[in-house]
Design a protein around this ligand. Structure first.
Ligand code: COA
Length: 260
């Protein structure tokens, strides 16, 4: 399927989505948000794809935020709908996807761009990347989960400072905060992400999906993560991949997982 503002490739079991609005620093307009939803849904269903990498086109920006020109005249109701629809269609959708989604932050990740990266399961940044939630400088607050996910990742105090100052931090600072897992030169960003993806692809897909669900449960209201873990752990015993994984170990060979 072709998308107006996205480039999609599938190679070596990795689906890569590149947000492609370089003249607007890949800002997320409504079309792009909807396209991202459909692209992630498609790659989520594609049996060839085991890991998704999300990045931005060009050397300057991952995503410089939600498209400010689109919502500058919005009313209270329209603003509320914008956040609610974006959260359910894209940000929560990524977080709860059964396949790992890695954010390859290749430049500015601001506002909705940082929120998008934070909805991914983890983040790798290039050394030129800059991150921040500048919404309060526009008279807004983050609306795509930023007030919730940033404190989860960097702690409440740092999140409060970042949100209230509307400032940007460097990739190195983001690394020291735990916001990104690694910082690499820009040319190595996608190869490093692909390398990590290949390590994930060697493992059992259902187990990976259950791990995502169990880790996420810790952050969901009314969920007991330990109970979710117990149930998910138990279900793994009913999979073909569990039999294959344990048999392969005992037979001293590499496991061939089928995702069943
Ligand atoms: N929404 C809409 N358009 C955006 C955008 C956004 N979030 N971020 C950048 N753009 C557009 C600019 O308007 C400009 O378009 P134009 O050439 O038609 O005027 C183009 O992208 C290039 O951006 P520009 O500001 O000229 O680049 P810069 O290198 O001088 O500055 C940034 C880069 C990222 C510091 C700056 O673009 C910026 O502050 N963007 C907004 C960040 C933000 O507040 N995001 C949160 C939104 S809720």
């Amino acid at each position: 399927m072709n998308y107006e503002n996205l480039l999609i490739t599938v190679e070596n079991r990795i689906g890569t989505i590149t947000i492609n609005r370089p003249t607007k620093l890949n800002a997320l307009n409504k079309t792009t948000i909807l396209d991202l939803h459909h692209a992630i849904k498609d790659l989520g269903k594609n049996k060839e794809v085991r890991v998704i990498i999300l990045t931005g086109s060009g050397e300057k920006a991952f995503v410089a935020g939600a498209d400010i020109s689109e919502f500058s005249n919005y009313t209270i109701a329209e603003g509320t709908d914008l956040a609610a629809e974006g959260q359910s269609k894209l940000f929560d959708y990524i977080e709860n996807l059964k396949k790992p989604v890695i954010a390859a932050i290749n430049g500015f990740a601001l506002g909705g761009g940082l929120e998008l990266a934070m909805a991914c399961h983890f983040r790798i940044a290039s050394d030129n990347a800059k991150m921040g939630l500048p919404e309060t400088s526009l008279g807004l607050i983050p609306g795509y989960g930023g007030t919730q996910r940033l404190p989860q990742l960097v702690g409440k105090g740092r999140a409060m400072e970042m949100i209230m100052t509307a400032g940007m931090i460097t990739a190195e600072e983001a690394l020291s905060y735990g916001l990104v897992n690694r910082v690499v030169p820009q040319v190595e960003l996608l190869p490093v992400c692909a390398d990590i993806a290949q390590k994930i692809i060697k493992n059992a897909p259902i187990a990976i999906a259950k791990a995502i669900k169990s880790v996420n449960a810790n952050y969901e209201d009314g969920k007991n993560g330990f109970e979710v873990e117990i149930k998910s752990f138990g279900k793994c015993f009913g999979t073909v991949d569990f039999t294959e994984g344990t048999t392969a170990f005992l037979e001293k060979r590499k496991a061939e997982f089928t995702g069943k």
